[in-house]
Design a protein around this ligand. Structure first.
Ligand code: PHE
Length: 261
């Protein structure tokens, strides 16, 4: 609702199964990155590989990983198509953002604001604050001349509408954003700062092979849905909020939120 009020369009997230290409390679994440290990990612046994990828774009992604271009030196390794073909359960909804930006780059440029809220999967040990499935709130703004100030501005706007008006940003690292910032929100009840997400400006190594104009910038973020909810409702075990251990009376006694347009 907040995103709609802020002029965002929803991205189609109805594919849990994604190829490594869109989940990692298109995002300039090197093939030997630890997140691509089966300890962190659920790979599919059947069908284990994707059938189609856009060949000309795949070639440009291979180039940028191997030897760079557009002023970048790349990673200097042997990029393997078989690795990109592998199917997985998407580890972040940024895979959807990469598909959307690629689709956008095929048409004459138009500024866009996109958001999504949907499920992602990580092969993690389950504990009070971690589940192997959780939800991300993803967003991006694609336009000319955007800066880090714009990114901080929209995030402030979004979180203050949610009732969290104190935010802090900490420099971070993602293979696909530069600069990158972790986002912390101040929880008045707990009187402490909690991490609520990650963000940044997409790298030219991601955007230029897609074919977006050189002067287009994209600011983006991925936020946890469960973390702020736990904070807001005083839930200290994620398994009480989502998954097969949820107390059904919690579901029955809490109102559903429907968004009508
Ligand atoms: N994909 C990142 C994550 O899963 C979040 C993110 C999205 C960071 C977009 C930067 C830009 O943590």
């Amino acid at each position: 609702m907040i995103f709609l009020q802020m002029g965002f369009e929803e991205m189609p997230t109805n594919n849990y199964v994604e190829s490594s290409f869109w989940n990692f390679d298109a995002l300039f994440q090197p093939q030997q990155h630890p997140a691509r290990d089966s300890h962190d990612t659920f790979f599919l046994r059947d069908p284990s590989t994707t059938k189609t990828l856009p060949e000309d774009y795949v070639e440009r992604v291979k180039q940028i990983h191997e030897s760079g271009g557009h002023g970048s030196r790349g990673y200097g390794y042997d990029w393997k198509r078989e690795e990109a073909n592998k199917n997985l359960l998407r580890t972040h909804t940024t895979a959807v953002s990469s598909r959307m930006l690629y689709a956008l780059a095929k048409k004459p440029f138009e500024a866009k604001r996109y958001y999504s809220i949907d499920r992602v999967f990580r092969n993690e040990a389950v504990d009070r604050t971690h589940l192997a499935e959780f939800h991300q709130i993803e967003g991006l703004i694609c336009d000319r001349g955007l800066s880090l100030g714009d990114l901080q501005g929209v995030l402030h706007d979004f979180f203050s509408r949610l009732g969290m008006s104190k935010l802090r940003f900490k420099p971070a690292y993602n293979p696909y954003t530069e600069p990158s910032m972790e986002i912390f929100g101040y929880h008045e009840g707990l009187k402490k700062w909690v991490e609520v997400g990650n963000s940044g400006m997409f790298r030219p190594e991601m955007l230029l092979p897609m074919g977006l104009p050189e002067d287009v910038t994209v600011i983006a973020w991925g936020l946890s849905l469960e973390r702020p909810t736990m904070i807001l409702y005083g839930i200290d075990n994620i398994r009480d909020l989502f998954g097969h251990k949820v107390d059904l009376s919690l579901i029955k006694s809490n109102p559903i939120c429907r968004i009508g347009l």
